[in-house]
Design a protein around this ligand. Sequence first.
Ligand SMILES: *[C@@H]1O[C@H](CO)[C@@H](O)[C@H](O)[C@H]1NC(C)=O
Ligand SMILES: *[C@@H]1O[C@H](CO)[C@@H](O)[C@H](O)[C@H]1NC(C)=O
Ligand SMILES: *[C@@H]1O[C@H](CO)[C@@H](O)[C@H](O)[C@H]1NC(C)=O
Ligand SMILES: *[C@@H]1O[C@H](CO)[C@@H](O)[C@H](O)[C@H]1NC(C)=O
Ligand SMILES: *[C@@H]1O[C@H](CO)[C@@H](O)[C@H](O)[C@H]1NC(C)=O
Length: 349
Amino acid sequence: VMQFLSGVLGVKDWKVTYEKPHICALKGSSVTIPCSYQYPRGHRVNETFWTNERETNKEPEDLKKNSEYHNRVTYLGDVFENCTFRIENVGERDSATYWFRFVTDKVGGKWIGEPGVTLSVTVSPSGEILEGSSVTLTCNNKANPPVYRYTWFKNGAEISQSGSQKNYYTITNIRSEDSGKYRCVARNTHGTGTSELYSVDHYPYSPKNTLVSISPSGDILEGSSVTLTCNSKANPPVDTYTWFKNGAEISQRGSWQDYDIINITSEDTGRYYCNASNRYGTGTSTLYTVDVQYSPKNTSVSVSPPGDIVEGSSVTLTCNSKANPPVDTYIWFKNGAEISRRESCNSFW
Ligand SMILES: *[C@@H]1O[C@H](CO)[C@@H](O)[C@H](O)[C@H]1NC(C)=O
Ligand SMILES: *[C@@H]1O[C@H](CO)[C@@H](O)[C@H](O)[C@H]1NC(C)=O
Ligand SMILES: *[C@@H]1O[C@H](CO)[C@@H](O)[C@H](O)[C@H]1NC(C)=O
Ligand SMILES: *[C@@H]1O[C@H](CO)[C@@H](O)[C@H](O)[C@H]1NC(C)=O
Ligand SMILES: *[C@@H]1O[C@H](CO)[C@@H](O)[C@H](O)[C@H]1NC(C)=O
């Protein structure tokens, strides 16, 4: 009844209306705080601003004059009835209560709108987004009549099957494939509203898919040169590589992605692996076996039993040799003439 009378008499109360008393925003997003205000007829508004200070006996500070805010805040309202306010790139420090303050040209014409708007800035999850964590994107909007359907898009393609009643979209177990630009479209009976793009991007993860490759491929012949390369996916990129041979660190080569073996010898045969690290962790590759092939070498003949050979006794001559792959044929010579050819048998008796 009072309101009706006020309306009839053209008298308005001092009033600030915050459409959304509580606003929850994701870190890094922009927040628009819808607001309207009124004051008695005959007043002219001289000054409008937003503040997050409320102390008695102290003039509230205009956020526009606060160095933490002045680049990020915009008064979208006017000097009549709209006091909408916007804060860009919100951070956890912006979680606070915000009040609209206006001053008119009449003595005592000052008003601050209670109870203010509380803004809570959430990070989902808290800290940096790590591989495997969950991220929730929220579609913030005001709509009247209310939104009946939200549609979510990633890089322009719809990802919410046939729309959703939910104003949030959760990416569980986030992987690098989930990087992209997301937006939501909210629809009510009057039309649609499209959100700004939100980038899920470049979140860090520790090295994964770490493996050793070799070049050139194929058989490794003694005297040739090969390069082992430690491949890994990581964000930020791997900053330290450590190489191991047969379990021991081969450190003298430093932390290079490539491990070069020049003029390879049989000594270089072994099982190699690498550790790839960034500041989020270490990835260990599987073992890579370097098998150096070489022709028979250090070939010698030994006699058994050793010692003087007595006429009428038996002796066995053995041909000793190192080779990879193993020797397959032994050929015996006497006084320069071939006397025997045996496969896989290195003894002659
Ligand atoms: C107040 O201003 C904002 C920004 O210009 C606008 O989006 C909004 O519709 C206005 N509100 C009203 C009730 O006119
Ligand atoms: C409001 O603005 C007018 C004109 O700019 C000025 O004369 C007047 O003193 C102001 N009133 C207050 C209360 O600041
Ligand atoms: C490779 O190593 C062998 C044995 O140590 C040596 O005789 C040869 O000169 C080396 N070749 C090159 C190209 O370094
Ligand atoms: C190599 O990485 C594994 C974890 O993947 C770790 O346990 C090991 O200590 C690392 N080795 C070195 C020498 O850093
Ligand atoms: C050749 O054999 C001798 C005697 O067994 C050994 O001392 C030497 O290290 C071997 N050389 C090579 C290259 O294997």
